[in-house]
Each structure stands twice: as C-alpha cells, then as structure tokens.
Design a protein around this ligand. Structure first.
Ligand SMILES: Nc1ncnc2c1ncn2[C@@H]1O[C@H](COP(=O)(O)OP(=O)(O)OP(=O)(O)O)[C@@H](O)[C@H]1O
Length: 227
C-alpha cells in the first residue's frame, strides 16, 4: 500500500513562490496494482516517479510504502530501502554493453545480501521466462525488445515488491510494447506494485489505474483503485 500525503517538490529551493514540479495533497494506491503515471511533457511524471522511489527527496510531505515513510530516512537508509524494495526499468535500458545478458542481470549481486547461488538461479529462470536467449554475447547484439526484457530481468532478480519504470516502451515497437505491458500485468497479479511513467496507449490501456498529471498536479484518476 502506498500512501502519499501533502507531497510537494520544488527544484528551486531559493524561491518559495516558485512553481512546484509536483504537488499532490493526497493519494493512496493498494499494493499489487499496475499504475501508470501519464500527462504532458513537463507535467512532473518523472519527478513523481523519483519521489515515490526515494531517488529524490521531496520539499514537503510523506510517502509511505506499507506504512513506512521513506521521506525522513537518511540517504543511506533510503538506499537500503530501495535495495530491499524496488526494481527499476528505464527507457534506455541502462545495460552494460561489454557484459552478457546473464552478467547484466547478476551484476548487482555483489552489492546484495543474496547468495551467488540464489541470484544465479533466479537470473537464469527470469531470462528463460522472459524469452531471452541466455548466450555469451554482447548486449548490442540483442534486439531492442530483448534488451528491455534483460533490463526487466535485472530489475526483478532480487524479487522486489515494487517495480518502477520510466517510459519503458519508448524505444520499442508495438509488439514488444504489448509484451512488456503484459509482463507488468503478470507481475501485478502476482502481488507486485508496478508504477510506470508512460505516454504509450498500449501501456496505459493495460494498467489497473492511471494517474494523470498536469503542471505537477493530479488532474484525473482512472479507477477507484486509486483514491
Ligand atoms: N533537476 C531539475 N532542476 C530543475 N528543474 C527540473 C529538474 N528536473 C525537472 N525539472 C522541471 O520540473 C518539471 C517536471 O519535470 P519532469 O521531468 O518530471 O516532467 P515529465 O512529465 O517527466 O516530462 P517529460 O514527459 O518531458 O519527460 C519540468 O518543468 C522540468 O523542467
């Protein structure tokens, strides 16, 4: 369960009258939902995603995941919270070119509490499940759709309860976009909270709830799941 209260973020901290990039008085989302954040360019979508995932600390307000407010946490505590709770998928995949698919999925294991064996098994299982050929070749030789699925496998390797994605289908064709949107549905049905910034009608159409922003404010909610 996500509960947001009095959330406000200004990038220009010197000017108290500067327009807030994000201002959301109240929002709550039950756990295990596939939620899309959409809206025009500059409306605050990425800023909201970064706030909800603890990558950015708001100027004011609280952001509680399962009752735990991440805003008062020190940076190290927030890093630790993210490691244990969140996976990320980005528009440009952010994969390491010189590594294989499997190495990309397992690279963060060095910094985790998981055993090598657990991570190795999970990585192979995810690559197989997502239909990515697990071969010893460089990332650049994989198709864009395969690269995004490798990035998804990497985000899921520690089995986080929350998945964040920022425009994950922006460089995919319609078939791969549909495939990824279906994966998000599968993950949310399995109990994960999936929070995705997207303009893509395919992704928006697949979501349980849609949060529409304009000038940093929530202007529409598509479902009663979000209140
Ligand atoms: N680091 C920053 N410093 C100052 N202003 C910022 C910063 N990051 C974002 N902004 C501003 O905050 C507002 C919201 O930006 P944000 O990137 O969240 O919008 P968006 O809806 O994700 O846009 P797009 O769809 O174009 O990616 C914009 O006016 C942007 O210029």
């Amino acid at each position: 369960m996500l509960t947001v209260s009095g959330l406000l973020h200004r990038f220009d901290t010197a000017d108290a009258n500067a327009r807030a990039a994000v201002h959301i008085p109240e929002l709550s989302v039950p756990a295990g939902r596939f939620v899309v954040i959409t809206g025009p360019s500059g409306s605050g979508k990425t800023t909201l995603l970064y706030l909800l995932s603890g990558l950015l600390r708001p100027s004011q307000g609280s952001i509680a995941w399962s009752g735990q407010d991440i805003v008062p946490m020190h940076e190290g505590q927030r890093d630790d919270w993210r490691r244990r709770h969140a996976g990320f998928v980005f528009q440009n995949f952010n994969l390491i070119e010189e590594m294989t698919a499997y190495q990309n999925v397992t690279v963060a294991a060095y910094f985790s509490a998981f055993s090598d064996r657990q991570v190795r098994g999970k990585a192979r299982q995810l690559l197989a499940q997502l239909g990515v050929p697990d071969e010893k070749r460089q990332i650049s030789s994989y198709s864009r759709g395969e690269q995004q699925r490798i990035a998804l496998a990497r985000a899921l390797v520690f089995d986080p309860p929350i998945l964040f994605a920022d425009e994950p289908t922006a460089s995919l064709d319609i078939t791969n976009s549909k495939g990824l949107a279906e994966q998000f549905q599968v993950l949310s049905r399995a109990g994960k909270s999936v929070i995705v910034v997207s303009h893509d009608p395919v992704v928006i159409g697949a979501a349980d709830s849609v949060i529409r922003l304009d000038h940093g404010r929530l202007v529409a909610l598509s479902s009663e799941a979000v209140a």
